[in-house]
Design a protein around this ligand. Sequence first.
Ligand SMILES: *Cc1c(COP(=O)(O)O)cnc(C)c1O
Length: 332
Amino acid sequence: MLLNSFPRVPLAHLPTPLELLPNLTKHLGGPEIWVKRDDCTGLATGGNKTRKLEFSMGEAVAKGADTIITVGAVQSNHVRQTAAAACKLGMKCEVLLEHRVADPSELYRTSGNVLLDRIFGANLREYDKGTDFDAAMESVADEVRANGGAPYIIPGGASNTVGALGYVGCGEELLQQFDEQKLKIDHIVTATGSAGTHGGLVVGLRASGSDLPILGIGVNAPQDVQEERVFDLACETAELVGKPGCVSRDDIVADCNYIGPGYGEPTDGMNEAVLMLARQEGLLFDPVYSGKALAGMIDHIRNGTFSTDERIVFLHTGGAAGLFAYADTLVL
Ligand SMILES: *Cc1c(COP(=O)(O)O)cnc(C)c1O
């Protein structure tokens, strides 16, 4: 086990299920498609940030914090899961929301994750796109200290080395499930955003001796920027778990052709993917991350990237709470 020595609090329902998608497999006529259900991590409607927060919040508790400070886009799933984790651990939560999407609708500003953040009692502050959030979070931390509190800052997406440990654990968990279920898997496909999921997963696999390829589908940055971001975080995380050098640059592959007009902006491919998974498999995906990643996976299947005798796993990172904020933009 790579993770035994790190402070950790239990927040997630683990292991998450690994399930075959028989209808989708038949519908697309390509490889056998499985889904890793990290939408079922259990905290506040679940999602990938909960695995990361086990370690981020573990460190916050170890350091004696009583107030968590974090940042995200207005419809951030990370903020929602962090707000819930803070409640569970008896801490306050100060949230910096970035107006990253142009011309947001009323629903986008108030429903979905924002509604849940407010139910969890997080203190929400709004900022313009492009704000220097490291500085802004430091100034909120000063404010908390001035009022006698003990702040702990979690970066966007909990995507530092500590948060990425959650996905090192997911990598180990997947290998164990493949082993137990006697499955030979050929590819993993995942959304890649702030990089902790992709970076941690690569480390979890490579540090355990697996050379299974991972295809990240970008939702935000161009390919070169995204791959560098993932590689840098993976290298630092590999060092943290005592396996320096286990990840090589070639291990990091991101396809950033499915972003459309920008982060959080709907695309036809996302719309099709969300409806396809709902109507074929009764599963909910989200408009910002997992829906666009699925659009990428579906396109790769149609283009023959994966052959019919292969078996692929799509990592479902959650986010369906965000669907409500997009109710007036989805075409049903
Ligand atoms: C944050 C998020 C991602 C991306 O994960 P990163 O670790 O930020 O790359 C993917 N899907 C959903 C639903 C998310 O909330």
